[in-house]
Structures are given as structure tokens and as C-alpha cells.
Design a protein around this ligand. Sequence first.
Ligand SMILES: *Cc1c(COP(=O)(O)O)cnc(C)c1O
Length: 397
Amino acid sequence: MSDSKPPRAPETLAVHGGEPRRHEYDALAAPIVQTATYTFRDTAELCAFFEGRTEREEEYGRYGNPTVRLVEKKVAALEGAQDAIAFSSGMAAVTTAILALCKSGAHVVLFSDCYRRTRQFVTGFLERYGVSATLVPPADVDALEAALRPETKLVISEAPTNPYQTVPDLRRLAAVCKERRIKTMIDATFATPVNLRPVEHGIDLVVHSATKYLGGHNDVLGGVLAGKEGLVSVVRDLRHVLGGVLDPHAAYLIHRGIKSLAVRVRQQNATAQAMAEALEAHPKVRRVWYPGLASHPNHGVAKELMTGFGGVVTFEVDADLEGTSRVVDAARIPRIAPSLGGVESLIEQPALMSFFELTTEQRLEVGIRDSLIRYAVGLEDTDELIADVLRALDAMG
Ligand SMILES: *Cc1c(COP(=O)(O)O)cnc(C)c1O
């Protein structure tokens, strides 16, 4: 046994990764250290801490917490990254990281189909502070390369993206950026480290909305960023200032959620694949976007990079806005809600959920058709979910 390799399977890492064999009080489960601050025995201990002469890590809640640290270490283990840092939400992770890596005069390149709030932050907010941005077409690494400038500091992408689930070739993207010393950050919320580990493909930073698959139960918000120790520590320093820290109780819920991440995601992969195939064969469905289908434009790249294709199925039905809503309303098992990645299946019509304020024409300009449905599968029975969604298609009239 002495020459056996350290555990690397996501199943094992999700359960044990980043944890000591025994917690405080010999507890098996991770303790929730619900405290805002930490005490010092005397001035000598305080001075020893500030001079770095102790093993002790904690000083004040905004600078760190043992329960939060467990989440960070577990995600780092799952991502195959040196370190990770947790935040109060996915957007706190994204915005803190971007702010830490860009100063006035910097240029950022991102794919046009990246998460709407990330795009809003970069193009609408950061531009006010002298950071410029270029949006390039989804998954188009040639266009991305052409958009790079001497002052480009950061390239941001998602894999897969929402709702069409494009997957750029991360190996090429990483190589093109590395050559020019440009940092790369991938939001891999949809993939999870079970299906995709961007760091293994040369990406510098990977970010997750832990609100989705990592937490996995639709009951907690959080975000995590993983990557090289030096880079993560630059972001950590800014988190100390901006303050988007994860609460210890929320950290406990996320840590507990991650324990079952691998089995949940594998089940969701299987259900989504089966649902995507069933929908693709249905006469009332115009088109299905799922990276596990041969018909998806990035299926080839996805197959090379990913070990599973995720739990979200996007499809277009043969109906107008109202007819599509009737399908959404007729599905009995999934709940109508934004978000994804939890145990409950969720269904939404992107035109009405995320793009409500736009007209049909404006939505078409950003590529969102009225007849689009996003289905994020949960852990209900695969056959029952598929039978339910196929029956709902009859409601469109
Ligand atoms: C939900 C989501 C976010 C934002 O995360 P929050 O936890 O809601 O702040 C960012 N990126 C992607 C891909 C998401 O799905």
C-alpha cells in the first residue's frame, strides 16, 4: 500500500478532501465555528501572531474562519489547485477576483455569452474606473486571440455557458494567454470539478457559484475561487478589504453539500443526457443544446475536456412566448425558479426569467428566443422527469 497514489477520484475528494482525519473534540463532522472574532491569551501571544511566530491562522472573522477554511481546502483538492478562497456569493468571488487583477488602464476580454452580471460588472461598472473590455463571440478562441492587446490583463470565460452551453477550447485559450502573460479565469459553475477541472488544462483561476452544485440543496449562497497560491492570496487580500466573506454557518452547509457532490452530479449528468436525447427526438422540439449531444457545436471539445456534461438542458419548442409558457406551467415535477444545481429540478423560460424587461426583438439581438426553455435537472427519478416534460410538451397546443 505504501506506493499507492493519493486519492484523486472526485467521489473520495468530495468526502475527505482538505479535511483532517479527526476534527476538534474528535468530531467526525466538521464543527461550525460560529464566531466573529478570536481571543489572544495576552499581549505576548498577540505580538507573536503579528510577527508570524505562531501556527495560529485566525485573528478576526473577516480575515478567516476554520469552517470557511475547510470549504476552501476541499474545493482546492477537488480542482487540483494549490489554494482556494470562499466568498458570500458567486458574484462576490467574480467581482473581487476581477478587481484584484485589474487596475486602471487594463483591458479585459470576455465571451459575449458569459454570466449577465459578470458582463454587467465588467462593461458597465469597471469601464467607469478606466478598465476597458472587449466581448468576443461565444467559444471563438480565434476571435479572442485577435482581441488581445498589450494591455490585456485578464480573459474571462464560462464553461459551459448559459443557456446555450458553449464550451471553448480551454487548452488553446490557456496557451494563447500564457504566451502573453495574461491571466485566465473560468467560471465553471455549470460543470463542477466533477465534470471539468480547468486548472488541469492550464487555466489560472476557476470560480464557482457555490449556490448551485457545490451547495447542491438550493438553501445557501456562496462562491469559491481556486488557483495558484500566489494569485489566490492577492484576491484574498482584497477580500479582507471588500468584505464579501462567507458566513461560518453557510460554510458548513456548503461543506456538507460538497460531501455528496460527485454522486449528485453523476446522477444529474445521466438524467440530463437522457432528457436531452428524448427531447431531441420529439417532434415539438425544434432544437436542444446539451454538450453531451453530438448535435451540439462544441460537443467535440466538450468530450475532450469534460468527464460529464452537466445537469442543464436547454431546448427550443415549436411555439411562441405564450405557448412556451404553457409547457413550463404544465411540467408538474420541476419548480419554476432561477438557479440550478440543487436536488430539486428547476425549469424556466429565459425570455421571461432573465430577460423580462426586453422586447422579443431585443431578446433576439442577445440570442434569447421566446421559445427557449432551460431545464436544470435535480435528483428526482430520471424516467419520471422525462415522462413529465414530454407530457408537458402537449400543453403548447
Ligand atoms: C449563479 C451564477 C453566478 C452568480 O452566483 P451567485 O452565487 O448567485 O452570486 C455566476 N456565474 C454563474 C455561471 C452562475 O450560474
